[in-house]
Ligand binder design. Structure first.
Ligand SMILES: C[S@@+](CC[C@H](N)C(=O)[O-])C[C@H]1O[C@@H](n2cnc3c(N)ncnc32)[C@H](O)[C@@H]1O
Length: 340
């Protein structure tokens, strides 16, 4: 992980101007008409078991579907903080939440900075924390954001387009074949990582990658579609998005802070969409739900590790009805734990 962050730093020095064409204001003023769907909304609310007057934090505001219901549940005597890294998304959500007239605070930031944000915004003694990981439909469907191989747009993929981090174009145009291979292997679990990286390096030698379609077509040349449902570029796009946004690092940083901010009996709920995210969540929760981490054969505990969480669920899956209604929800997994 560390390795790939430093790869991004190196690529950043060589940004190509074509990736920086997004005009933020236009999108804030005229949001596209995209229907929003909050994954496992009912399950999240049931497991969080919110009561009027409680203090809650949504680390991934998105379209505010979960936040809105959380705010309704805690009501006028409670308080909701909600973090969102994407400024366009945050402004859209503000309108939705304001309609309730209950107290809340939106925080335009990366949840990786939660320790610092908690001090800055007075977040403490929480009854619930929610993380609904990944991108929103707004981001995926807006071609200008460059997240999707289905729409032509600049190869950007930054969740916050104002953040000075390397774009996906920076990575594919400037990283070495070995570095790209590693990104596709680690963040995309892509079996064809090496041939794809080799082909991309050969292609960019003639013409640099500028758009999402350029990249999708180059991957498709290495792995022709042959009737599969999954587009051959799916894993490459996922890998680049995770690398551009440092998603796994952010997750690793936020989890311990979230637990610290919960009061006893407070609940942490995390929705992950692939095993790269779900695995660290599962391992983190399990570790914090364990009293002693000494090797099993050691007769006396010397580690002094004491459980801080009680696991309330294993991986909760969306209902069949939800998957029928919103097929991307099929890979979602919800895990919930309670602070001791
Ligand atoms: C799956 S969507 C959340 C949808 C939301 N629960 C709803 O009901 O509308 C994930 C959101 O989290 C945001 N996000 C992802 N990583 C983030 C991070 N590290 N810090 C802050 N926001 C993040 C994304 O920009 C996106 O809007």
């Amino acid at each position: 992980m560390h390795c790939i962050s430093s790869i991004c730093d190196r690529a950043y020095g060589k940004r190509i101007p074509a990736c920086q064409t997004l005009k933020l204001e236009e999108h804030v003023l005229s949001p596209p008409n995209i229907e929003h769907y909050s994954v496992m909304l009912r399950e999240v609310l049931d497991w969080l078991n919110l009561q009027a007057g409680q203090r809650v934090l949504d680390c991934t505001l998105g379209g505010a579907g979960h936040s809105l219901e959380m705010l309704k549940a805690v009501g006028s005597q409670g308080f909701l903080w909600a973090i969102e890294r994407d400024p366009q998304t945050l402004e859209r959500a503000r309108i939705k939440l304001e309609s309730l007239g209950y107290p809340f605070q939106l925080i335009p930031s990366n949840f990786a900075e939660l320790a610092f944000l908690a001090e800055q915004y007075g977040i403490s003694e929480l009854d619930a924390v929610l993380l609904d990981l990944g991108t929103s439909l707004f981001q995926l469907k807006e071609p200008e954001r460059g997240f999707s191989f289905l729409n032509e747009g600049p190869l950007d993929m930054r969740m916050n387009p104002q953040e000075p981090v390397p774009t996906a174009a920076d990575l594919v145009n400037h990283l070495s074949e070995a570095e790209l291979t590693r990104i596709f292997q680690v963040y995309g679990e892509e079996r064809m990582a090496r041939p794809i990286a080799r082909a991309l390096v050969a292609t960019r030698g003639k013409t640099p990658f500028v758009t999402t379609i350029d990249l999708a077509q180059a991957v498709e040349k290495v792995m022709p579609r042959r009737g599969q449902k999954l587009h051959p570029a799916t894993r490459v796009f996922q890998a680049l998005r995770i690398a551009v946004n440092g998603e796994l690092d952010a997750l690793e940083r936020v989890l311990p802070v979230a637990v610290k901010l919960l009061k006893p009996g407070g609940r942490l709920a995390v929705i992950a969409f692939h095993s790269l995210e779900d695995r660290p969540v599962k391992l983190f929760m399990r570790k914090l739900a364990t009293d002693c981490l000494c090797p099993p054969r050691q007769p006396i505990c010397t580690c002094q590790h004491r459980a801080q969480l009680r696991l309330l669920t294993r991986a909760v899956k969306p209902s069949e009805a939800e998957v029928l209604e919103n097929s991307p929800s099929r890979s979602a997994r919800l895990r919930v734990a309670e602070k001791l």
